[in-house]
Design a protein around this ligand. Structure first.
Ligand code: SIN
Length: 494
């Protein structure tokens, strides 16, 4: 354990980097000479001071990526896969240091950070294997002298924008498929948590990624960088994880170039508990789904609908489980919930609780900033929540479980789908016909049935409606980085 204000102790201290990575060079000074600090959200300690880059550095990174991609695409899938496999091995070998960097910059408990590194690495491993399986198709010709082939080719330069809540895994699951199929990659991690991404860039260099193939822009000028990504004709694909509002801006900007995009945007996940559910399992699932990463994931349960026959019993069991959550510095072994990322996050949580209680909801546990101060917040359960409250329609992104009561299946399906979002959904039930009916009726990209944890590299992660487009992970995860080319071969004598 690293005590709160002590400098970060790493076995391999070279992984803590104070530079951006542009065109294969570690850059300590930005063109503007500006810098920014990365802080530990638990303590306020400065972890690193980084160059604050702008469009000049982005252009240089894109130029290098454009050049490097040509040779990378000529390699066989097996060759590209071997480099990614080495990156995977390096991530696993350095898991303790990578997790410590992640906990320091983001705040999540060390065990959860370790889990994230292995989760991110699992995408690298998966796509290292998939690199050999980028298959096209042969279609019977429409005329006797014709043969039809379908080729799958890399889109080219990929630009990536990723958030602070999973500083390693969100970039890993974009980088790995892009590189596996033969694209190059220019990344902009969140300015709040760039250190995990930088450590991964160093491991990528050590794994043998060619110079310029992967650049990493350190910046607070997110809007400018986004504009360059969308306006630069050498970029052929933009992949983004973040809010729906920013995703829409990027989609509008990228329309000028008719750029291919993948958007993993906001959610408002329903978590439904039916009368016939196993309540202990439902509580366990709710704890994972709601309080994982302190409620700061796009797939966190945001609205918990509990059928009237089990409402009180479920609420009681959930409160008992929440009581056991230990809030504090992620480096403390006893802790299983860290701070919220910043004051803005605390303000949103407070606003949702105040709005709900002003309209009659009751605080069953928590409800206030934690006595530790800073951005720590008490894990909270609200009962008596109704659909007019803000928490029913907005993503809280914090440790608040609002419990809604419902009577019938049709009623809960209508309420669960009454949102512009469509990322993850969950329900607990045992009647098989009900399980099918509800699964088919939920308007979401992902449905967890009798489980609160659905994330894995082997499945297609992604949403519908205003939660985005495209899928990450699984055999489908490469498609977003490929173009399809139809070849008609004529003049074949019969
Ligand atoms: C997210 O919050 O966007 C990702 C969560 C996950 O991969 O489980």
């Amino acid at each position: 354990m690293t005590p709160s204000n002590a400098p970060l102790q790493l076995e391999n201290s070279t992984l803590l980097i104070d530079a951006g990575y542009v065109a294969g060079e570690w850059v300590r000074k930005s063109q503007s000479n500006k810098t920014f600090e990365v802080l530990n959200p638990s303590t306020g300690t400065v972890l690193a001071t980084l160059p604050d880059m702008g469009r000049g550095e982005v252009k240089a990174a894109i130029d290098a990526a454009h050049t490097a991609q040509k040779d990378w695409a000529k390699k066989t899938g097996k060759e590209r896969g071997a480099v990614l496999r080495t990156l995977y091995d390096l991530m696993v070998a350095n898991v303790d240091d990578l997790a410590a960097i992640l906990t320091a910059e983001m705040g999540k408990p060390l065990a959860e950070a370790k889990g994230e590194i292995l989760y991110g690495a699992s995408y690298v491993e998966w796509f290292a294997e998939e690199a050999k399986r980028i298959s096209g198709d042969i279609i019977p010709g429409h005329q006797p002298d014709k043969r039809i082939m379908v080729l799958k080719q890399p889109v080219g330069v990929v630009a990536s924008i990723t958030p602070w809540n999973f500083p390693n895994a969100m970039m890993a699951r974009k980088l790995a498929p892009a590189l596996a199929v033969g694209c190059s990659f220019v990344a902009k991690p969140s300015e709040l948590t760039p250190l995990s991404a930088l450590a991964m860039a160093l491991l990528g260099e050590q794994a043998g990624l060619p110079k310029g193939l992967f650049s990493l822009i350190t910046t607070t000028a997110s809007a400018d960088v986004g504009k360059e990504f969308c306006a630069n004709p050498k970029v052929r694909k933009l992949t983004f994880t973040g809010s729906t509002s920013v995703g829409k801006i990027l989609m509008r900007q990228s329309a000028d170039q008719v750029m291919k995009t993948s958007m993993e945007l906001g959610g408002n996940a329903p978590f439904i508990v039916f009368n016939d559910a196993d309540l202990d399992e439902a509580v366990e699932g709710a704890m994972i789904s709601k309080y994982r990463n302190n409620g700061q994931t796009c797939v966190c349960a945001n609205r918990l609908y509990v059928q009237s026959g089990v409402y009180d019993a479920f609420a009681e069991k959930l409160v008992a489980a929440v009581k056991a959550i230990n809030v504090g510095d992620g480096f403390d072994d006893e802790v299983n919930a860290g701070p919220l990322i910043n004051e803005g996050a605390v303000a949103k949580v407070k606003e949702h609780i105040a709005d709900a209680t002003s309209q009659g909801a009751k605080v069953a546990i928590g409800g206030r900033p934690h006595k530790r101060g800073g951005t720590f917040f008490e894990p909270t359960v609200l009962t008596g929540v109704t659909r007019d409250m803000k928490i029913a329609s907005e993503e809280t992104f914090g440790p608040v479980a609002p419990l809604f009561k419902f009577e019938t299946v049709d009623d809960v399906i209508e309420q669960a789908n009454d949102t512009e979002f469509g990322l993850a959904s969950y329900f607990y039930a045992n009647d098989l016909s009900q399980v099918w009916k509800v699964t088919e009726a939920l308007e979401y990209g992902m449905v967890g049935v009798n489980t609160g944890l659905i994330s894995t590299e082997v499945a297609p992660f992604g949403g519908i409606k205003q939660s985005g487009q495209g899928r990450e992970g699984s055999k489908f995860g490469v498609e977003d980085y490929l173009e399809m080319k139809y070849v008609c071969l004529g003049g074949i004598p019969s």
